[in-house]
Design a protein around this ligand. Structure first.
Ligand code: ATP
Ligand code: MG
Length: 666
């Protein structure tokens, strides 16, 4: 149940130091430096206006009421009397109050403008950051994405970025605004009377020390809280995606319990954080209150002993007291916000910093026209030990020490313990990984249809993955028109392929948009022609909304065969030179299989096609068949040749007529 979790930070040394992360967060704001500068200038203008009312209090008390103006009051008297043009206390009082009001209005105006600018900065920052996370995820290799938990990634892109939002929106405004204000206030009170000022400020040293202790305590808690939020999201995502399975097997209760375990894990961390805050905040408030005590004590003492302090100054100090003490509250709050932001930023940076596992070679080129000549040459491959993975944890930077306390994360359910696999640790890969493909050589000439068949798990789909360069071989090479696919820019390479899979994925958009997904500029006529060719036009036109019909999430509103025909129409319209079909008819009924095979026939015409199938009817279409078993090519030839030669193949083909044998074959 309980256990220690090696969290991912330990594998990403540059993400260890909180200060480093904080600095990096600030550096992300650099593109907006101008706007921030504008916000700060407005803030600076508003500041004197905000500090001004306290001076009026001092003036009214010392100069008008007590009648003993001190240095600043004398100076202000010059202003309020307009250089001596106004006399007598009623006029001076009205003048002073008018100044107070006008300056307050100035403060409101400039501080509102400043806050508006800063909030825009923060929102823009969040916008850019979220899009950056998205772009990074999109550009990641399939291997990387398959190692991640979708829900956790969603939580990073949503929850963690949101956490930064409150930091940037409130944090910057408060840190910079209140921070500068605080220093200005300190300067003013120091200038007025350093003795009372020092006495008032002394207790803040205690607050500072408390803060350091608090941060050390709370940082791992906040980190864990963000990770647990990721767990909740992971569970939610998986359960929603698997809702049918849950319902069929009646596992609602158990899944609810697992979800509860995830939310409890999050709750526990929040409680820990609350406890840490409850321990810290009263002490910091108490220290703040002490400033009140020492201010009144030392101030009164100096007045009573004629130490050169006045009642007006004391009142002014008192008016500033909340300015000196308030920021301590604010500091505690802001510090808390910063700590949370750091925890969230760490998770975001883990995504942004993840090593690009399959970058294009520096000299990779675009290939605009292809003949469709494909070759796998002596390819050996496994999923577990891609050469790229070993590099993913090696970072150039390394700063500061790894806090051991960060490893403490126990959740109620060991199943939920996030492995935070973003920086896939090398140690999790067994040293000997069996190869999925072993010295596989396949030659596909332009225009040829090649079928891959063989028992399940033999490596057929893997070969398609390598052709698309979703993965790189461990050894050997994959070439297109004689060019190693690693030398071709990935988007250029993939633009020549279309892939029709067993389960076609449709977006929750209209049928029209789904068909033209690979060719958005296609005209309606072209779309209809593609649908005709895919044997889909008939059923689409029979729908009440025709091509405008929304297909539902992942196309749930369509039957398997209908979805498949739409994905074939999509491939038609994309008009690729090379067509990859991975069990395209496996999930459809024999009735609609005929329609699909007829559509595929049309689609394959004039293109290089590589298909995998357990259906003899489709294998028969091939010019050449490769039998793949256990990651090796055990035989190849035309279907007729193989029928004579290979016992496995002839049994496999016969199973078309006697489907009950199919099980034995697969
Ligand atoms: N993403 C992956 N990560 C790790 N191992 C994988 C991955 N995909 C496939 N494998 C493994 O690779 C082997 C070959 O899988 P592949 O999907 O290529 O088989 P296949 O011949 O297409 O099987 P089928 O006929 O059932 O579709 C299997 O042992 C499988 O467990
Ligand atoms: Mg497969």
């Amino acid at each position: 149940m309980d256990g220690m979790k090696m969290d991912s930070m330990s594998t990403m040394p540059h993400l260890v130091s909180s200060t480093g992360i904080f600095k990096r967060l600030l550096s992300l704001l650099r593109p907006q430096a101008r706007k921030i500068a504008l916000g700060l200038i407005l803030l600076f203008i508003s500041m004197p206006a905000e500090l001004f009312p306290a001076f009026v209090w001092m003036y009214v008390t010392d100069a008008l009421i007590v009648g003993k103006p001190t240095a600043p009051s004398l100076f202000l008297g010059q202003w309020f009397s307009f250089g001596g043009r106004i006399n007598g206390w009623p006029a001076l009082l009205v003048s002073a109050l008018a100044f107070m009001l006008v300056l307050y209005l100035m403060y409101e105006l400039f501080s509102t403008l400043s806050r508006n600018v800063m909030e825009r900065v923060a929102q823009r920052f969040i916008l850019e950051l979220r899009n950056r996370v998205y772009r990074k995820l999109q550009s990641q290799s399939l291997a990387y994405l398959q190692r991640q938990k979708t829900g956790d990634l969603m939580s990073r892109a949503m929850g963690d970025v949101d956490e930064l939002q409150s930091f940037t929106v409130n944090g910057i405004d408060v840190i910079i605004g209140e921070g500068i204000m605080w220093f200005v206030t300190v300067a003013v009170v120091m200038a007025l009377d350093w003795r009372v000022a020092t006495a008032s400020l002394a207790p803040l040293v205690v607050v500072y020390l408390l803060l350091k202790v608090f941060n050390r305590r709370v940082a791992p808690i906040y980190k864990a809280a963000r990770d647990r939020a990721g767990d909740v999201s992971t569970r939610l995502q998986e359960n929603l995606a698997g809702v049918t399975v849950i319902k069929i097997f009646g596992r609602e209760k158990q899944e609810a319990a697992r979800f509860r375990a995830a939310t409890s894990g999050y709750y526990d961390q929040q409680i820990k954080a609350i406890n840490a805050r409850s321990l810290f905040f009263p002490f910091s408030r108490a220290a703040g209150f002490l400033t009140n005590v020492s201010m009144l004590g030392v101030g009164a003492y100096l007045i009573l002993t004629n130490g050169g302090f006045t009642v007006g100054k004391l009142l002014m100090f008192r008016a500033y007291w909340w300015r000196l003490f308030g920021p301590i509250q604010t500091l505690a709050r802001v510090n808390d916000m910063v700590q949370r932001a750091i925890a969230a930023a760490r998770r975001i940076f883990e995504v942004l910093d993840a090593h690009d596992e399959m970058p294009d070679a520096a000299d990779a080129r675009r290939v605009d026209e292809v003949r469709g000549d494909l070759e796998l040459c002596d390819v050996t491959f496994n999923y577990g030990n891609e050469p790229q993975r070993a590099q993913s944890t090696q970072r150039e930077e390394s700063d500061s020490t790894a806090p051991s306390s960060n490893n403490v994360v126990a959740t109620a359910d060991s199943h939920l313990r996030s492995t935070s696999s973003l920086s896939a640790s090398v140690s999790s890969v067994p040293s000997v990984v069996p190869n999925v493909l072993d010295n596989v050589s396949i030659q596909i000439s332009p225009g040829q249809t090649v079928a891959l068949c063989g028992p399940s798990g033999g490596g057929k789909s893997t070969i398609l993955n390598l052709l698309l360069r979703f993965y790189d071989p461990v050894s050997g090479s994959v070439t297109l028109d004689g060019i190693d696919v690693r030398q071709i820019q990935r988007d250029s390479l993939r633009s020549h392929f279309a892939l029709v899979q067993q389960e076609s994925f449709l977006f929750n958009e209209s049928i029209l948009d789904n068909i033209r997904y690979g060719h958005p500029q296609a005209t309606m006529d072209q779309v209809v022609a593609a649908a005709h060719a895919a044997n889909a036009h008939g059923f689409i036109s029979a729908l009440p909304n025709g091509y405008a019909t929304f297909v539902g999430e992942r196309g749930v509103r369509l039957s398997g065969g209908q979805k498949q025909r739409i994905s074939i129409a999509r491939a038609f319209l994309a008009n690729p030179s090379i067509l990859l079909l991975d069990e395209p008819t496996s999930s459809v009924e024999p009735d609609s299989e005929a329609a699909i095979i007829a559509a595929l026939d049309r689609l394959m015409t004039g293109r290089t096609t590589v298909l995998t199938s357990h259906r003899p009817s489709l294998i028969n279409q091939a010019d050449v068949v490769y039998v793949i078993e256990g990651g090796r090519v055990i035989d190849s030839g035309s279907p007729n040749e193989l029928r004579q030669r290979s016992e496995w193949f002839s049994r496999f083909m016969k199973s078309a007529e006697q489907p009950q044998e199919a099980e034995a074959v697969n």
